[in-house]
Design a protein around this ligand. Sequence first.
Ligand code: ADP
Ligand code: TRP
Length: 331
Amino acid sequence: MKRSLSGIQSSGVLHIGNYFGAMKQFVENQNSGKYECFYFVADYHSLTSLPRPDDVRANTYNIILDYLAVGLDPNKSVIYLQSDIPEHAELTWILSCLTPMGLLERSHSYKDKIAKNIYPNAGLFIYPVLMACDILIYDSDVVPVGKDQKQHLEMSRDIAIKFNQQYNTDFFKIPEPLILDDVAVVPGTDGQKMSKSYGNTINMFASNKELKKQIMSIVTDSTPLEEPKNPDNNIFSLYKLFTDIDKQNQLKDKFLAGNFGYGDAKKELLNVILEYFAEAREKRENFAKNKHLVEEILYEGGKKARAIARDKLVKAKEIIGLVGNMYKYYD
Ligand code: ADP
Ligand code: TRP
């Protein structure tokens, strides 16, 4: 069976861009019966921005609750924390040694950070190598992500090919990105890509009050209430994600008819979002009350993931000529 694997960095609260761009596909792959699924929280990646320990803890736990709330099921998917599998980090050293500096220097996300004068630590620079290891160590076939991760996926493929060429082997499987065109880039409240780092998010599990505030901040033009409005606007782009074609046409007609303000449209958007995530919200609250269960899920997932990662790492070490055999005593 093919393997579907992905992760989300624990650098903040998840938003509907993360959901439609990535998490929804995690759940669909899980439920399709076509894949063996591995989903994790990339907590090591989050350290590149040197977050406060309390934030690391809270964000990590919150993402796991989000995963479980939207339908990831520990009986069907392996759910774990990246930092529970030290083999990812160990393989990162090995693959760093064959990754050209030039490849990493071309990384958009690295260049963006430099352009914003963010202090570039070495972790930020080798971020794509750790991501490649997250994927390659499990022989992943497909990686569901949003479009902004496309270049990282290409780098993972380049790094796998480089290893295979260097050691004349087909040891690492070359992973395929799974990026859905219609949700590749979900726009934020300002019309740019929705991102935790741009302050333009709509967070599906925010309190009603907060969610309302986020939706009311969606940027619109100043067409007066009475006049017809262009349905091709920020509110409609988001409304489309949650509704079928009939509901979309109804909203379009209201915009075109006039006497329908952007504020009215925002209320409709708020209602469909609340309805869409109502069940997930309830599920999330139940998991949040049961920390012990969540810890057990991560423990069991971590054990399964680690057994696979260890086996692959041991074989990688053999290929490159490392002769130690202490791994036999790891348990
Ligand atoms: P952010 O930009 O908010 O920090 P991440 O980089 O942590 O988000 O992304 C986690 C996952 O969600 C990735 O697969 C990413 O491609 C996807 N994603 C993030 N923002 C969007 C968006 N606006 N539209 C579609 N997918 C997105
Ligand atoms: N870079 C991804 C993000 O920003 C997270 C990530 C880390 C990831 N390792 C991965 C995604 C492996 C897919 C596969 O959210």
